[in-house]
Design a protein around this ligand. Sequence first.
Ligand code: GLC
Length: 525
Amino acid sequence: MKTNTINVSAGTPNKKPGRKSKQTTDKDLEMSKNEELEKTIIKPISNISVVPKKKILFVASEATPFIATGGLAEVIGSLSKALAQSTNYDVRVIIPLYSDISWEQRNKFRYLGNIFVPLAWRNQYCGIFSYEENGVIYYFVDNEYYFKRPGCYGYYDDGERFAFFCRSVMEILPFLNFYPDILHCHDWQAALAAVYLKTIYCFRPEYQFIRTLFTIHNIEYQGKYSLDILEDLFGISNNWKYLLEYNRCINLMKAAIECSEKFSTVSPRYAQEIKDPYYAHGLDPIVRRNEFKLVGILNGIDFDSYNPATDQSVFSHYDAENILPKKICKQELQKMFNLPVKTDTPIIAIISRLVAHKGLDLIQTVIEEILRQDVQVIILGKGDSAYENYFSDLSRRYIGKLVTVIAFNPDLSRKIYSGADIFLMPSKSEPCGLSQMIACRYGTIPVVRETGGLFDSIKPVVNGGVGFTFANYNAYDMLYVIREAINCYQDKDYWMELIKRAMSTDFSWRHSADEYEKIYGEMLK
Ligand code: GLC
């Protein structure tokens, strides 16, 4: 069908009447007048198709490239960017303005103004900043009392801090005159936005058509608080207690599940798993009861950023067609960590938060047996001090074989992804996991436990997949497949094939962003 587009910014050129250039004849002038006239004629309305963009607002506690403590931030940064590439969406993201957001970035933010936000009997200052990147508009909620602290979480008053943040989100909408079609809240820190909408704001006309999608990135962290702060701190009437109460506590994740039109997790397998008490950290009855509105969509990774052909952090660039420079990455990595430079010794990498659900106790159980083989092991991460101390001590006992770096260091992690051969990720539970996909992108072959997103993304090599997998949470099952991987590594041609296959697997957002679009579409029907 032929359609007309109206370009609102294309005004009439600012020509002074009566001034003619030498070459312009009266006939030319007449013709150009006719053109002008034609432009201003209003075309019949039936011919005009104006499809308004769907407005999506992500509410989250972190987002790359501004502030990140884990996978959540990467998903917020890269999914919003992928959605914004579609002409159907106006995508915006709102996060707190933490003091850890660098001044280099803050200096580019635009101050839009400030409002005061009610939070029970409090009335708190809320500054609003904005910044646009990759077609996504970011908003930052400023309040120094709540957010001028190092890090993002772990404070005694986190409940109040994120209640303020969520209440600010509701109050900022009229200030911006932006009422989203979809309010997409992520994890417990954003849960109260969904709850405030359904308990306080949806009675106001502008808010009544906003639909909510709540995404669980990890069901372990639910936001649990004592019941007596419901009115005094969260400013929610006790009449709504039934929505928030669970096991004699306020449970914010439970409340968001109840209040949202749909809720999702970050892989289809994890969506199944959280109906089971083994994975649900007590929330399985709630998940089962709301199963009819649950979906699981596998995360993607940012293929522009994670690209060994262009990545500024890696020692040498390579791609699936030209894998050889990966050898240089390995050699340089070995030199950097004072490991013997041996091309035939496989490097096993672990890049992870050092917390229990990442399967570190399996590694502890058999690490010395692994180290008895001809391998080198590099561990990068930080987390629980018990694990930090254990792996640091171990590296002092296995100099030249095992290196431990206690840090969250994106630049170093890219050097390790590109220089290693095998990537170990034996999680006890894994909602999605991004590292196994990043490892594949850099041609490092994953060894994973078949759970959550690891199950969905990494199929066993014997079935034509790209990794080595084991099902039971058992250290010796893991050891068995690690040995299998080490054996395969010795067959150079086979391993090259495997690297090629891993690097050619499409873990970009292309497919998953389509899935989100489908869900948004269903919610807006
Ligand atoms: C959480 C999950 C991880 C997931 C990430 C992004 O950090 O633990 O599995 O990949 O969120 O969704």
